[in-house]
Design a protein around this ligand. Structure first.
Ligand code: NAI
Ligand code: 15L
Length: 265
């Protein structure tokens, strides 16, 4: 890879991916609305609001790949989600189309399917059941990606990330955890595979209690190396058992599914 754009580079996953992908591309173009000053060799920074098309068109110029992590990452007002996630993802794909970028990693989310029961095992054919406006925005992003593949041949990995952090910290994450190393490994595979298409991938490590089946995406050759099993004892000790009738246990999205409508707060 010569020049790869990393949006949301000042955020939690952006910061983790900067470290994990160091040296992978000749140049990693970091972008965010929050400034980044501690640039390493091979990194540059461009401040950009994803809601502004002209700035995004300029940002994407000369890139041969995009890792799109930027935007609102939890539930919020429709206004904030519209700018960061709806306009943001459209602008990224429109810029890719105009500037000739052929492959994108889109950080989708498990909250796009968060209203499925924890009893279900999901794959790429499972219906979208968003648990929040945030989840809805990820569905919009996936459809924008599909449209750009069908009409313009721009390939995407639609990574429905579970919970990506250094280690799982509650019982739910024994199912949803994705290690930062496994996410970086997936990104590398996505850019190495000959033909990607527009493929949904559940972003989870090799967790014994996973709710998700990625066998449709085996052709990418991604095999997560980490497992929440290594943290099971610690998690079970620190996260008290809830009463079995607590509704938060019903849904894969957890509190995103049981919370009220954000705008009512
Ligand atoms: P984060 O909130 O830490 O980072 C998001 C970054 O996007 C922030 O630095 C923020 O300044 C930037 N941003 C927000 N609005 C923007 C705008 N209008 N223009 C430019 N930049 C803007 O989120 P995190 O945890 O790093 O997640 C990264 C991506 O992965 C997000 O798209 C999130 O939805 C997705 N994701 C993350 C999961 C996780 O476990 N961390 C799970 C599922 C999905
Ligand atoms: C997400 O989509 C969020 O970005 C992250 O903050 C976590 O809440 C994660 O899902 C999760 O479900 O654990």
């Amino acid at each position: 890879m010569k020049r790869v754009l990393l949006t949301g580079a000042a955020g939690t996953l952006g910061s983790a991916m900067r470290k994990a992908l160091a040296g992978w591309a000749e140049e990693l173009v970091l972008s965010d609305i929050v400034p980044i000053k501690d640039l390493n060799k091979g990194e540059s920074f461009v401040a950009c609001d994803l809601g502004d098309l002209e700035s995004v068109l300029e940002l994407v110029k000369g890139c041969d790949g995009i890792i799109h992590l930027g935007g609102v990452s939890v539930e919020g007002t429709f206004e904030s989600i519209m700018n960061g996630n709806l306009k943001g993802v459209y602008h990224i794909y429109e810029a890719a189309r105009q500037q000739g970028v052929k492959r994108i990693v889109f950080a989708s989310s498990n909250h796009l399917v968060g209203f499925h029961s924890r009893e279900e095992r999901l794959d790429d054919k499972s219906p979208m059941r968003p648990d929040s406006l945030y989840g809805v925005s990820k569905g919009f992003g996936e459809l924008i990606a599909q449209y750009h593949f069908d009409k313009f041949g721009i390939e995407s990995a639609l990574v429905r990330i579970g919970s990506c952090l250094p280690k799982p910290v509650n019982r739910r994450m024994l199912s949803t955890w994705l290690s930062e190393g496994d996410l970086a490994g997936l990104i590398k595979k996505v850019y190495a595979v000959n033909r990607l298409g527009c493929t949904i991938i559940y972003g989870a490590s090799d967790n014994p209690w996973s709710w998700w089946d990625n066998s449709h995406a085996n052709f990418i050759g991604w095999q997560p190396k980490d497992s929440s099993a290594d943290f099971e004892e610690e998690v079970l000790r620190n996260d008290p058992l809830l009463p079995t009738d607590d509704p938060v246990l019903l849904y894969q999205g957890g509190v995103f599914a049981t919370a009220g409508h954000f705008e009512d707060k």
